[in-house]
Design a binder for this molecule. Structure first.
Ligand SMILES: NC(=O)c1ccc[n+]([C@@H]2O[C@H](COP(=O)([O-])OP(=O)(O)OC[C@H]3O[C@@H](n4cnc5c(N)ncnc54)[C@H](OP(=O)(O)O)[C@@H]3O)[C@@H](O)[C@H]2O)c1
Length: 139
């Protein structure tokens, strides 16, 4: 599934016999989706993040993320991708830049600690970059 919110998933689980394997939703440190992730986990649905790097905008120059990245000698994008992995998200960032594609896969040589994860937790703004699936206009 993609962009299914909890009420959509409840309806699906009520009416269908197959539990979805994955639900791809907007998810990044500024929009952490704790409730959706908990619901997915409860039902064995993998959470996949879209716009995982916040579309490469303000998120990657956030001072908190820059500080965590500097501590580990990595880039802000790598710190964000590591946060996704340690949060349990499936994460497939988009880049057309070969050096960034290489950078984005190179996230298995360091680990965020509890202080880093607490710093990330404090970044949640509950604000979407994309449209709200509850009101998205298909026309
Ligand atoms: N299901 C849905 O409704 C939905 C909605 C939106 C997106 N998606 C999917 O989610 C995937 C990713 O989302 P997205 O493209 O919106 O956002 P994203 O992956 O969060 O960000 C992509 C942007 O970040 C830049 N970037 C990538 N790696 C970087 C790095 N290491 N350092 C600095 N900048 C970096 C890219 O620039 P360059 O490309 O110029 O390198 C691009 O501008 C896409 O493949 C898309 O198909 C799904």
């Amino acid at each position: 599934m993609s962009n299914f919110q909890i009420p959509h998933l409840r309806r699906l689980l009520d009416e269908a016999t197959v539990v979805p394997a994955v639900n791809q939703i907007e998810l990044h440190p500024y929009f952490q989706q704790a409730e959706a992730r908990a619901f997915h986990a409860e039902h064995g649905i993998a959470t996949e993040a879209w716009s995982p790097l916040g579309q490469g905008k303000d998120l990657l120059t956030d001072p908190v993320i820059e500080s965590v990245a500097a501590k580990h000698g990595v880039t802000p994008a790598q710190a964000v991708l590591r946060w996704h992995l340690q949060t349990g998200n499936v994460v497939i960032p988009k880049s057309v830049t070969p050096s960034r594609i290489a950078e984005n896969i190179d996230v298995f040589g360091f680990e965020l600690d509890t202080d880093d994860l607490a710093a990330f937790a404090g970044l949640d703004r509950g604000e979407r970059l994309g449209p709200d699936p509850a009101t998205f206009d298909m026309a």
